[in-house]
Design a binder for this molecule. Structure first.
Ligand code: PEP
Ligand code: MG
Length: 899
């Protein structure tokens, strides 16, 4: 099997299309090499090799080592340097690279090949002893952590891990000798430090640091493979729904050094501003630094040019000023890459003694606003066409654009605590916590938290996910945490240098002010402002550019998008988001709200009625309330279809619980309170979700359905008389048998005739249909369609009943299913296409067989989930229906599905 793909000026075997095999980084390195950009020579070991490595229980395939040595020999013959050579040693880096970028989640090892035989040669060659020992101490730190400890799964003895131990030794040295920066450490001190590092490794890990370059190389490659199954990477995959089987590639590449002195540097850049989308070259860099220094957030990086100056770095010189020629070259590469990829690129570069090298390029992560602006700009520039533009915005991140920001008026009077870099957009408030674990714990207790950390660290991934916002004292806009937060559209501020954090006492000082764990802060992630207390939030304004974008997207959409709404107010909100009707009006919700006391009381009276007469009387009292709600909603949705569902929930949900309410009902029904208890008890069920609910209520108490349907038709008749055009669709829930539909249909026809007569009108158009939410109904959909003019897939219940997972109780086991990769995602969030989807397609086919023009839609939560929307499009549904805030998401997902 071919595992190795070379890239370089003379021979490159892969290209950007081969991300699955070479990983994103490898594929783009190959592409850049083909574009004749200055990419250091190297090779990529495929993701397929990674998978074989795991198949072999962590052993390399037999041919691999020989192939690696051949590829190394090729690098040697091109560069003239020899791996392990005492005179002219070659050093390499080993970097991970999965199919899609997982910033900071896997491992990298730099300076592989430095050892007692090669150190003197490199010193002689570079005439820079400091640089060689700086590179060596980095190799020791990375290698001992990644290869010797994590990959060997050694549990750190003192709870710190070797990396932290070594970092502490280095910090102590800096404190003792008064060195401010890593670059201030003297050569002699570095040398001694390396020796002490190796001694500590021997003590803690029980083995010697490897001194053979080939051992270092093979160890590094194996450890990078293993980092695919490291804790961070696995957590990230679960959150992002990335399958375990992708594996990571390993990129082995000739080292170039940004830490060779004042003419060397390293940096990260974006071809456009990832926060705003502005067409400005954006980036950060550090002089005399190596690879990870910029993204690790341990030093405040310099601005790339005047566009990148901000409150944290304005006093530092930009690359444009310090190295104008190199900046110009980099700027030209930026233009070339954008023209080539036709999308914003995220670039890593290194400058070694005045020569520029490209280490990476990839499509850059961006905020929702930036994604929108870039897509619209690139369309206007003629770089991309409309279809490409529509696909540039991930429907999931639309949320950010529609979700809250700090109310600008309230912000004016807010008490400012600190200022940092605006790394993730929007606003958020929450109680501060100081560890990832606490963020997760507190969130489980339904608290909103802001995770506060010294610097951005990928180990914090789960806490960052759980927190409402992330705040750090150090780090730049390109730090890992900033990238991750931006990718999630999470409010995030980094580099708020005024924060002095004490993790032991869980305290935070700013000047003389002290804040404790649990104190509330508000962050404005769009501006980088940290405020004390909770500040009012505001919905992001309707943005004209967003509207223009969406109207282009709408041109390509095949499915309609409706909303699930039960009040005129929700219906109105949904209309502003572009809903084309209501796909689900849950009539029981009119009894939930705060203003529904009277209606709820009457409903309870009806439920607890014993005789037909009692019940009829209660229903008559209830009728005007029901009619008013239905009529108001139909009025808002004039000219648009409104699917009104007959009462669904088990009656026991409405049984009065408090003594006061029970007494009130007893008085109203003229019965004893004991009798109320007795009747309530009779309504209790062991499995209410599969108990007396949905159509079953209408079978037992046809008078309930009668009252509801009458309210619908009378509302419509009155609206028609007022010159309106109501379009009701009457829907029967939780059906499993066509005879249920026949039963309710009789009531509907009867009410229809009555209304025509009462109101003296000729026509009262409506549709009659059913939810498909029980597997049996899906399997006999041809029979259901004899009565139903439409189906609406209730995929919440359909999922519940297909899996046999109670939708109200999955919290206790779903995480274990995800963690153990038994399920890729929660099937109540993303439709299970295999089985639940299979039932949907079966029902579509059977339904159409009986009634070719049958109207088909979905109203379960999946109607607002982008992946599920794509499925609905493929299944041939005519609309999806979702909550008002998700309407734009569904519109965009439906457009992308059609492109
Ligand atoms: C469903 O089951 O998918 C549905 C929309 O109905 P409800 O959530 O009200 O049970
Ligand atoms: Mg349901």
């Amino acid at each position: 099997t071919k595992y190795i793909y070379e890239f370089g000026p003379d021979k490159t075997e892969g290209d950007a299309s081969q991300k699955n095999l070479l990983g994103g980084k490898g594929a783009n390195l190959a592409e850049m090499a083909k574009l004749k950009l200055p990419v250091p020579l190297g090779f990529t070991i495929s993701t397929e090799c990674c998978n074989h490595y795991f198949d072999l229980n962590g052993r390399f395939p037999d041919t691999l080592e020989g192939d690696i040595l051949k590829a190394m020999a090729n690098i040697e013959s091109h560069t003239g340097m020899i791996f392990g050579d005492p005179e002219n040693p070659l050093l390499v880096s080993c970097r991970s690279g999965a199919r899609s970028s997982m910033p900071g989640m896997m491992e990298t090892i730099l300076n592989v090949g430095l050892c007692s035989t090669t150190i003197p040669g490199l010193i002689k060659k570079t005439n820079n002893e400091w640089f060689v020992y700086d590179a060596y101490r980095r190799l020791i730190m990375m290698y001992s952590d990644v290869v010797m400890e994590k990959a060997e799964q050694i549990k750190p003895g003192d709870g710190m891990g070797i990396r932290l131990n070594l970092e502490m030794m280095m910090n102590n040295l800096k404190n003792d000798k008064g060195y401010d920066n890593d670059t201030d450490i003297s050569t002699e001190d570095l040398k001694a430090l390396c020796e002490r590092f190796k001694k500590k490794i021997r003590e803690d890990l029980g083995v010697d640091f490897p001194d053979d370059p080939k051992d270092q190389l093979m160890g590094s490659i194996g450890a990078v493979f293993k980092s695919w199954n490291g804790k961070r990477a696995v957590s990230y995959r679960r959150i992002e729904h990335i399958p375990d089987c992708w594996g990571t590639a390993v990129n082995v590449q000739t080292m170039v050094f940004g830490n060779m002195g004042e003419t060397s540097a390293t940096g990260v850049a974006f071809s456009r501003d990832p926060a705003t989308g502005d067409n400005k070259f954006y980036g950060e860099w550090l002089v005399n630094a190596q690879g990870e220094d910029v993204v690790a957030g341990t030093r405040t990086p310099n601005p790339l040019n005047k566009d990148t100056k901000n409150s944290q770095n304005k006093h530092l010189p930009s690359l444009e000023e310090s190295m104008p020629q190199l900046y110009k070259q980099l700027f030209e590469i930026r233009n070339l890459l954008e023209a080539h990829y036709k999308d914003m690129q995220d670039i890593e570069f290194t400058i070694q003694e005045g020569r520029l090298y490209m280490l990476q390029c990839r499509v850059g992560k961006r905020t929702a606003t930036a994604a929108l602006n870039m897509a619209m700009d690139m369309l206007a520039e003629g770089t991309i066409d409309e279809k490409t533009m529509v696909c540039r915005l991930d429907p999931k991140i639309l949320d950010d654009m529609l979700h809250p920001i700090v109310d600008p008026d309230a912000e004016k009077t807010a008490v400012k605590i600190a200022e940092g870099l605006p790394a993730g957009p929007g606003g958020a408030w929450g109680q501060i916590v100081f560890s990832s674990e606490d963020a997760v714990q507190w969130t489980k207790l339904d608290k909103k938290v802001i995770l506060v950390r010294e610097e951005t660290n990928p180990e914090d991934i789960e806490g960052m996910r759980a927190a409402a916002a992330v705040l750090t004292a150090r780090g730049g806009m390109t730090s890992h945490a900033a990238l991750v937060a931006r990718g999630w559209g999470k409010c995030c501020i980094v580099g708020a240098g005024a924060l002095k954090i004490n993790f032991e006492t869980k305290e935070l000082r700013v000047g003389t002010r002290v804040f404790k764990e649990g104190d509330t802060f508000t962050l404005n992630g769009t501006k980088g402002m940290v405020y004390q207390g909770r500040i009012k939030m505001k919905d992001a304004l309707e943005n004209a550019r967003f509207k223009a974008f969406m109207s282009i997207a709408d041109k390509y959409r095949a499915m309609q998008v409706r909303t699930n709404a039960d009040t005129p107010a929700d219906a109105m909100t949904a209309l502003t988001f572009g809903a084309q009707g209501i796909g689900l009006f849950r009539t029981e919700h009119m009894f939930y709200g705060a203003d529904s006391d009277k209606a709820l009381f009457l409903l309870r009276k009806m439920i607890l009625s014993k005789t037909h007469e009692e019940r009829e009387a209660a229903l008559e009292e209830l009728f005007p309330f029901v009619k008013e709600e239905i009529k108001a909603t139909l009025e808002v949705m004039d000219n648009l279809p409104v699917t009104i569902r007959l009462l669904d929930p088990p009656l026991h949900e409405f049984v009065p619980q408090s003594r006061e309410n029970q007494q009130e009902i007893a008085d109203a029904l003229h019965i004893d309170i004991e009798e109320v208890f007795k009747r309530s008890e009779q309504l209790l069920e062991s499995n209410p979700m599969i108990g007396h609910r949905g159509v079953r209520l209408g079978i037992t108490y046809p008078e309930i359905s009668h009252m509801q349907v009458k309210a619908i038709f009378e509302s419509c008749a009155e609206l028609i008389k007022a010159g309106k055009n109501p379009m009701p669709e009457i829907m029967v829930p939780v059906t499993c048998n066509e005879k249920e539909l026949a039963f309710v249909q009789d009531i509907v026809t009867q009410c229809h005739e009555e209304a025509l007569k009462t109101y003296q009108i000729d026509a009262l158009p409506y549709l009659y249909g059913t939810m498909i939410e029980i597997p049996r109904a899906a399997l006999i959909a041809d029979k259901m369609a004899e009565y139903a003019q439409f189906f609406s897939f209730g995929t919440n219940d359909l999922t519940q009943m297909t899996f046999g997972f109670s939708r109200d109780d999955i919290g206790s086991f779903m995480n274990d299913y995800i963690d153990n990769a038994i399920l890729n995602s929660d099937p109540f969030e993303t439709l299970d296409q295999e089985a639940v989807g299979g039932l949907v397609t079966t029902a579509v086919e059977l339904g159409r067989r009986t009634r070719p023009e049958i109207k088909l839609g979905i109203c379960g939560e999946h109607g607002g989930d982008p992946e599920s929307v794509v499925f609905c499009h493929k299944a041939g549904l005519s609309y999806v229906s979702c909550s008002p805030y998700r309407v734009p998401i569904a519109r965009l997902a439906a457009a992308q599905a059609a492109i």
